[in-house]
Design a protein around this ligand. Structure first.
Ligand code: HEM
Ligand code: SF4
Ligand code: SF4
Length: 683
């Protein structure tokens, strides 16, 4: 089931990344730094939120006015902060969902990499909780919609004794209690989000949590520009006595809400629960077969710690020595975290093929890909190469297939990551004249599947990271080709003077094709276009298209009933014997079984039965009040209604009934309640 969509998504992301690398350059490419951008947007939301909170009144009566004052009385400060807060929150949803899709598409979440995926799910949920409670606080018509719909959604869960929706029945029933709870959640959820974001990257060594600095400034400037051009504003003030027919919805956060109205709360919970369950199972669908984990050879490990520094997944640590050698520490692999990427193999200074055949075991190796075997294969296969464009290609197994033309006159060594090659191997190939050039074909620029393979390789070849490539190796015979575009390199190889080692050290390795960039003005135009489109799209979806929750000629009828029915069995006095049979702390003169009668309720409109149900009392022993909360969309026109209720356990007939004519205005919220003394009441 998974490979199909994953293949399509991967192709889509591949194309998107290639375009963005052209427009933004690989260093700025937003698709390649989604996690870092997520952190950046989180901080924008947090800082702007603190500013807003200083001026915000958490009481329901003043909330709307304080937000309005922020927006209009201080447009350059509060207004901009409010817009930044809203648009960065929307940005967070876009980033989190794109990031999720990309991690899935690239399959960076199965096997040992499940942890970031699973911890990403609470991150996603907390983003939604933060955003939804945030919209609640504005207390405009969108907030009203969110409050009423969230109430309906929560009320289908058997969590609350009394329906949440009853807090939002009409203006008279409204209290600040629930609203204050929302303000509290709106502060607590982002703090929890921060905690989970930190846990999320816990297993990633040096996780990237800041975008490229100058790109971050460009993004901030775009958000500021958007905030000035399309400031975030409130919709009309909430009024629970009226149901607005149409209203603007932030579709990033509230897309599921219209479904509550269409399908009902149960179906929406099923959908959300099912989606979450599927997401939670994805890392094991299907289960990934991981090759054997890295293995330390204590005889060769001197405890230098380079492998620990280079492992992208925190799978290595230095522990006190467990053998007779005089070094203080040794490298230890954590098999639960090791993804067998081989980057540690490339970092170990003992991985030099110049060592004699019998002793060539590196301090750390992948058991299924021993370096001795690689050396042997390279030496043997290269003997068959001819001419002056003989190539050894180290190819990353995640970076697409090399075509037959490229494989011609070449020895190809496929590795889990190009970061697995210890630099002395390149020196060895040149020194032994095994080939005229070495091509290192990895993933697209800045998009290394194993996170650090490209970076470590570049730094090792440039002599900036241990173990580095000796200066004597002519760098023009090396191609770092993150996109496997090696034809040009091959053509140039043939025209180079005869191969010899050099003490000067030559310029830089060939870098293809990341080095080819569009001219700055073209990129500037491209970037403005892309960022402008993203900003425009965000602003548009933050309120449009408007959602029509009610036809213009409709009104709403709400049954809001809370009724404690009589107990089923009347209290009866206990005899002295019966009392004596009870435990001392349970002795009482009368026995009062607490179970109450259910309520049977019918509603007829214009002579047609539109609702009929039996409602059980609340409480484990059916001893609480019966609560009924139902919403009906009705025509805004004169019509007769009849309400009948049975609450005494009788088999037929009714204990309470009321009929009458109602004539609701369009959009009116007509509430029907029940009071034991008066029976059914409505305005
Ligand atoms: C806005 C919220 C999120 C932020 C800020 C965030 C941040 C990050 C960061 C910084 C990394 C490490 C990137 C690196 O340095 O290589 C990362 C990796 C990852 N994230 Fe997220 N993330 C978020 C949401 C999610 C969600 C919702 C999911 C999916 C459920 C997810 C799944 C992953 C996975 C699978 C990886 C690991 C990829 C690998 O093993 O290389 N993230 N995230
Ligand atoms: S890099 Fe090699 S020698 Fe150094 S600690 Fe790791 S395994 Fe041991
Ligand atoms: S193979 Fe990769 S994940 Fe495993 S220890 Fe080595 S560097 Fe770390």
């Amino acid at each position: 089931m998974i490979p199909g969509p994953r293949k399509w998504l991967r192709a889509m992301f591949g194309a998107l990344e290639a375009i963005c690398s052209r427009v933004f350059t690989p260093e700025w490419n937003p698709i390649l730094q989604l996690g870092a951008l997520g952190w950046f947007f989180f901080w924008i939301v947090a800082v702007s939120g603190v500013y807003l909170y200083v001026f915000f009144d958490t009481g329901i009566t003043r909330a709307y006015d304080t937000v309005e004052a922020l927006t209009h009385a201080q447009p350059w400060a509060g207004g901009v902060m409010r817009s930044l807060h809203r648009y960065a929150s929307d940005g967070l949803v876009i980033i989190a969902l794109t990031h999720l899709l990309r991690e899935f598409a690239l399959d960076q979440m199965r096997g040992k990499r499940w942890f970031a995926w699973i911890t990403g799910l609470p991150v996603l949920m907390l983003i939604y909780v933060s955003g939804i409670t945030g919209y609640w606080l504005v207390w405009d018509v969108m907030a009203q919609y969110v409050a009423v719909m969230t109430g309906e959604l929560l009320d289908v869960l058997p969590l609350f004794g009394e329906p949440i929706s009853r807090n939002f029945v009409n203006e008279a029933s409204l209290s600040s209690r629930f609203f204050t709870l929302m303000s509290f959640i709106h502060i607590a959820a982002p703090l929890l989000l921060l905690l989970f974001m930190w846990i999320h990257i816990h297993r990633h060594t040096a996780a990237r949590i800041q975008p490229a600095r100058s790109f971050g400034l460009v993004v901030l400037a775009s958000l500021l520009g958007l905030s000035l051009v399309v400031p975030a504003v409130s919709q009309p003030r909430a009024n629970l006595d009226i149901v607005p027919a149409t209203l603007g919805l932030d579709w990033f956060y509230l897309a599921a809400y219209p479904l509550v109205q269409q399908w009902g709360g149960v179906a929406v919970w099923q959908l959300l629960g099912g989606a979450l369950l599927l997401l939670g199972l994805l890392p094991w669908l299907p289960r990934k077969r991981t090759p054997p984990v890295a293995q330390v050879s204590l005889l060769n490990c001197n405890g230098c710690g380079r492998c620990v520094a280079d492992c992208p997944f925190g799978a290595l640590s230095l522990e006190p020595r467990s053998d007779w050698q005089s070094y203080a520490v040794e490298a230890v692999v954590n098999p639960d975290r090791c993804v067998s990427c081989g980057l540690c193999v490339g970092s170990c200074p003992t991985g030099t093929p110049f060592r004699s055949a019998s002793t060539f075991i590196s301090g750390i190796e992948l058991p299924h890909l021993p370096l001795a075997g690689l050396r042997e294969r390279l030496s043997e296969s290269s003997a068959a190469l001819t001419g002056s464009d003989r190539l050894v290609i180290f190819a990353c197994e995640h970076a697409g297939k090399l075509d037959a033309e490229l494989r011609r006159n070449a020895v190809v060594a496929e590795l889990p990551c190009i970061g697995m090659i210890p630099p002395p191997f390149i020196d060895f190939i040149v020194a032994r004249r095994l080939a005229d050039g070495i091509a290192i074909a990895g993933c697209a620029a800045n998009a290394c599947y194993e996170r650090f393979g490209q970076r470590w390789t570049e730094e090792r070849i440039a002599g900036k990271r241990d173990p580095w490539l000796r200066a004597r190796v002519p760098r023009e015979r090396i191609a770092l080709s993150w996109a496997a575009d090696l034809r040009a390199f091959r053509g140039r190889l043939a025209s180079l003077p005869p191969l010899r080692l050099t003490d000067k050290g030559s310029s830089r390795p060939e870098s293809l094709p990341a080095g080819r960039r569009w001219p700055v003005p073209v990129r500037a135009v491209g970037m403005t276009l892309v960022l402008g489109l993203l900003a425009g799209g965000t602003a548009a979806l933050a309120t449009r298209p408007a959602w029509r929750q009610l036809a213009p000629d409709q009104a709403v009828l709400r049954l809001s009933i809370r009724h404690a029915t009589a107990t089923k069995i009347e209290c009866k006095p206990l005899t002295p014997e019966q009392m004596a049979a009870l435990k001392p702390n349970m002795r009482r003169p009368v026995d009062c079984p607490r179970e109450r009668w259910p309520v049977y309720l019918e509603l007829e409109r214009d002579g047609r039965l539109v609702y009929r149900a039996t409602h059980r009392p609340s409480g484990l022993w059916d001893d609480g009040a019966v609560t009924v909360f139902r919403t009906f969309r009705i025509p805004a026109a004169p019509q007769s209604i009849l309400l009948r209720m049975r609450d005494s356990g009788r088999e037929s007939g009714f204990d309470h009934a009321r009929s009458g004519t109602i004539n609701p205005a369009p959009g009116q919220n007509l509430v029907i309640e029940f009071h034991p003394a008066e029976g059914f009441v409505w305005q």
